[in-house]
Design a binder for this molecule. Sequence first.
Ligand code: ZN
Length: 148
Amino acid sequence: MKVRADIAELLRAGTPHIEIARQLHVRRDTVRETHKALRLPAPVRGGGSPHATVEDAYRAHAVPAADGHVTWTGYGVGTRAVVCHGGRRIAVQRVAFRLHHGRDAEGRLTRTCTMPGCVAGAHYADRRIREANARSDRAFAAIFGGPR
Ligand SMILES: [Zn+2]
């Protein structure tokens, strides 16, 4: 059979069949046949996420890109990208933020880079970071003069 490269790639990453079928809009039979054709080890049984932690699930679908950006190959796109773990769906940006900053995000997250769909933890600011930035902008303006 002809093996689709996108299916093969997700299979090699250990993505469950049902997730591949959903992501790529293909039949589960097609995924199963591809799995067989590639002679990969048996799929993960029992459904659910094959990843031990939410962070593992993030890393499995986060692909580093140029300039520190990260593209997302898991569920959802852009601000609706989610990490599926233990039957829960968690916003990818929150997981990425926690991984990068070592704490949970406070309030809304805003992307600080210009790459659409980027999910790099370093490229998001939460309320605490925005407030700190606003403070240093005011201090800068007070010292050097700024827009009034
Ligand atoms: Zn970015």
